[in-house]
Write a protein that binds this ligand. Structure first.
Ligand SMILES: [Zn+2]
Length: 283
C-alpha cells in the first residue's frame, strides 16, 4: 500500500505543470460606472502578447517588468450587471477569465442652452478634419509609460460639472458629460495632469465646440485633453512634465464663460478623471 502511494506521488510529481496565468484586478472585480480597473497578468509560461475582451471591447495588454498590464474603463452609461473579462493569448485562445460586476452610479442632469451656428460646406469640412484629429489623439496607445507618479488635477478644485452628468442641449438629451468642468478664471495656467507627449496643440475653428485644445498621451493607453483654452503654451511632439503649464484658461468653442473642460481617456474611452487621480495613487 505504502509502495503504491509512493508510486502515485512520483507519477503526480512528474506530470508537467500546466501554464496557469494569474490574473489580478485592482481595486477588485467590481467596477462602478465611469470608474477604472487595472488588469495585470502574470503569464506563468503562457505566450503573449495578450488581449483582454470585455463588454464588446478588445484591449491589448502592455508588457511591463515580465508581467502584462492594461487599464479598463467602460462608458458611464454601461448597463450594470455581470460581464466576463477574458484574456486571450497570442493564438487567440482563452488563457484565463474572470467575472466582473458593473455597479450603478446615480447621475444628475443639466440643461444647457446653446445655439450652434449654421455652417457652410467648407466650414463643415474643416470641422470634420478637426474632429478626425481629436479621434486619433484620444485613442493614442504608446508602449512607453511616461508617468512615474500618481496623476494630479490640472487646476485647483472648483467643479461646475462632474463626469457622467446627463446633458440636455436646449432640452434635448445630448449624451453624458465626458469630462470634468472646472470654474477657472480667464488666463489661469492649466497644468499637465501627468508627464506625457503633446499629440495635439491646436487653435481650432471658432465654430468647433472644443475650442482651442491640448491633448497629451501619457502612455499605456492613457490620454488627457484640455479644452476651451485662450492660449496654448506647448507644441505638438513636445514632452511635458507633470504639472507643467500646457495652456491658459479661456472660453473658446461651446462655452458660456471661462472654464476648463478636462477629459481623461483610457484606451480611447472617456472616464472620470477625479476617480482616476485617486485610483492612480494605488499603483
Ligand atoms: Zn465640459
Amino acid at each position: 500500500m505504502r509502495l503504491l502511494f509512493s508510486a502515485l506521488a512520483a507519477l503526480l510529481l512528474s506530470q508537467p505543470v500546466l501554464a496557469a496565468p494569474e490574473l489580478r484586478l485592482q481595486p477588485g472585480s467590481e467596477l462602478p460606472q465611469g470608474q477604472q480597473m487595472r488588469i495585470s497578468l502574470n503569464p506563468d509560461g503562457a505566450t503573449g502578447p495578450f488581449k483582454a475582451t470585455v463588454a464588446g471591447k478588445t484591449i491589448e495588454l502592455f508588457e511591463k517588468d515580465g508581467a502584462y498590464v492594461a487599464y479598463l474603463a467602460l462608458p458611464s452609461d454601461q448597463k450594470p450587471g455581470g460581464y466576463t473579462l477574458n484574456i486571450l493569448d497570442a493564438e487567440g485562445k482563452s488563457a484565463v477569465s474572470q467575472k466582473i460586476e458593473v455597479k450603478p452610479v446615480a447621475r444628475s442632469s443639466q440643461n444647457i442652452r446653446f445655439y450652434s451656428p449654421n455652417l457652410t460646406p467648407a466650414q463643415k469640412k474643416q470641422l470634420d478634419a478637426e474632429e478626425a484629429l481629436v479621434d486619433i489623439a484620444r485613442s493614442s496607445r504608446t508602449e512607453e509609460q511616461y508617468w512615474t507618479e500618481p496623476f494630479m488635477l490640472p487646476v485647483p478644485q472648483r467643479i461646475s460639472a462632474v463626469y457622467g452628468i446627463r446633458r440636455f442641449l436646449n432640452g434635448k438629451y445630448n449624451g453624458y458629460h465626458g469630462g470634468v468642468d472646472f470654474l477657472t478664471p480667464m488666463g489661469f495656467p492649466i497644468k499637465a495632469t501627468n508627464a506625457g507627449r503633446v499629440t495635439l496643440a491646436r487653435y481650432f475653428a471658432p465654430y468647433n465646440s472644443n475650442g482651442n485644445l491640448v491633448f497629451l498621451d501619457h502612455g499605456h493607453g492613457i490620454t488627457s485633453v484640455y479644452l476651451h483654452l485662450s492660449k496654448i503654451l506647448v507644441k505638438e511632439g513636445q514632452i511635458v512634465k507633470k504639472g507643467e503649464p500646457v495652456g491658459l484658461c479661456g472660453s473658446t468653442g461651446r462655452s458660456t464663460g471661462p472654464h476648463l473642460h478636462w477629459g481623461l481617456y483610457v484606451n480611447g474611452q472617456n472616464t472620470d478623471g477625479l476617480g482616476w487621480v485617486k485610483f492612480s495613487q494605488s499603483f
